[in-house]
Design a protein around this ligand. Structure first.
Ligand code: GAR
Length: 204
């Protein structure tokens, strides 16, 4: 069976990467295969998760390459030589330029820990998103999987799932619950959906 070649871009702990790898093992993702993990942080635990699963990985450091442009050139090189057909940003903490997003139009997806259009865009990442939701006092938050274009968190929405906020939540407890109840569920499902769609279009 033909499968879409997936590359996952990470920066940190990699629990979303783990959810994707587990979904591949359990058959939730069947029309795609994770063939590469790329990190912009040499210490990311996500690299260990890739190694444990036997997935090839690479580290690209902007600090070594000198500029965002050089960083993206190297990233494009690696992705193209791997034959990547779908890029998943799973806790990847670097904003990609329009040149990059146009190179892989409709082929990059991201998971964001809020219900877009709330608490998203430049400056909203990781724990900061949950701090902002709690500070605002919303009673419901969640996660969004969307296509990536040149606007940070501005691409077409693929899937969302809501999560209730509790009175005693801290940013940390909320982050964990949004991951467990929303991100780790919708990222694998959305990935499978997009892989299926790409294969269907190819056949048509
Ligand atoms: C996740 O909550 C992800 O949604 C978020 O960072 C965390 C990474 O965790 N991403 C963003 O905020 C992107 N704007 P992980 O490394 O354990 O998957």
């Amino acid at each position: 069976m033909k499968q879409i070649k997936i590359a996952v871009l990470v920066s940190g702990g990699g629990t979303n990467l783990q959810a994707l790898l587990d979904a591949q093992s359990s058959g939730i993702i069947k029309n795609g295969k994770i063939s590469l993990v790329v990190s912009n942080n040499a210490d990311a635990y996500a690299l260990k998760r890739a190694e444990n699963f036997g997935v090839e990985s690479a580290v690209i450091l902007k600090s070594e390459l000198g500029s965002q442009e050089a960083f993206e050139d190297k990233l494009i090189d690696i992705l193209k030589s791997n034959g990547t057909e779908l890029i998943i940003l799973a806790g990847f903490m670097s904003i990609l330029s329009e040149r990059f997003t146009k190179t892989f139009e409709k082929r990059i997806i991201n998971v964001h820990p809020s219900l877009i259009p709330s608490f998203c865009g430049k400056g909203f990442y990781g724990l900061k998103v949950h701090e902002a939701a709690l500070a605002y006092g919303v009673k419901v938050t969640g996660a969004t999987v969307h296509f990536v274009n040149e606007i940070p968190d501005g691409g077409e929405i693929i899937m969302q799932k809501s999560v209730a906020i509790r009175g005693n939540d801290t940013a940390e407890t909320l982050q964990r619950r949004v991951m467990e109840q929303a991100e780790w569920k919708i990222l694998p499902r959305a990935t499978e959906m997009v892989c299926k769609e790409i294969l269907k279009k190819r056949k048509a």
